[in-house]
Design a protein around this ligand. Structure first.
Ligand SMILES: [Zn+2]
Length: 149
C-alpha cells in the first residue's frame, strides 16, 4: 500500500482565479494552470454542442451553462481510463488556476476533488495490469517481488 500524503501542513489545495487585471502568479507560485490551453481544460464549453457520448445530456443540444459544463466534465473524467490516476499524480496538493470566478461552477473544483480524494475504490479493480503476471493459483508460494527503484 502506498499512502501518499500530499498535505503540506494544514493548508488545503484551493482554486485560484487567474486574471489579466493584476498579477496573480506571485501569490500562487505553485498553482497548476488547468485552463483550455492545458491538458486539464474542460472540453465542454458553454454554448457549444455536447459531443458524444453525452449528446442530448438532460435534453440539451448545447452546453447551457457552467454548471452543466462541470457536470459533463465530471462524467467525462470518471469514464476516461487513467484520468483520475493522472490527476492524482500531477495535481494532488496543488492549487489549481482557471479563469472562472471562484463563486461560479468550474471544472477546477472537480479536479481539486478527484486529485485530493483519499481513495477511488471502484477504479482499483479495473486498473489494467501491465506486465505478464502469471495467474495465481491457490496454494502458490507467495513470491516477493524485487522492486528496482
Ligand atoms: Zn473554469
Amino acid at each position: 500500500m502506498t499512502s501518499q500524503q500530499p498535505e503540506q501542513g494544514n493548508r488545503c489545495p484551493r482554486g485560484v482565479q487567474m486574471t489579466r487585471k493584476r498579477r496573480w502568479r506571485p501569490q500562487h507560485p505553485d498553482a497548476v494552470i488547468v485552463d483550455r490551453s492545458t491538458p486539464w481544460g474542460n472540453p465542454f464549453k458553454v454554448g457549444k454542442p455536447i459531443p458524444p457520448p453525452f449528446t442530448g445530456y438532460k435534453g440539451h443540444a448545447v452546453v447551457p451553462d457552467p454548471a452543466v459544463a462541470v457536470e459533463l466534465f465530471e462524467l467525462f473524467v470518471r469514464m476516461t481510463p487513467g484520468y483520475i490516476e493522472r490527476a492524482r499524480a500531477e495535481l494532488a496538493g496543488r492549487d489549481l488556476a482557471d479563469w472562472c470566478p471562484l463563486d461560479q461552477p468550474c471544472h477546477r473544483d472537480v479536479l481539486l476533488a478527484i486529485a485530493n480524494e483519499p481513495e477511488v475504490p471502484s477504479l482499483r479493480q479495473s486498473e489494467p495490469q501491465t506486465g505478464d503476471e502469471p495467474a495465481r493459483q491457490a496454494g502458490d508460494v507467495e513470491e516477493k517481488e524485487t522492486v528496482l527503484v
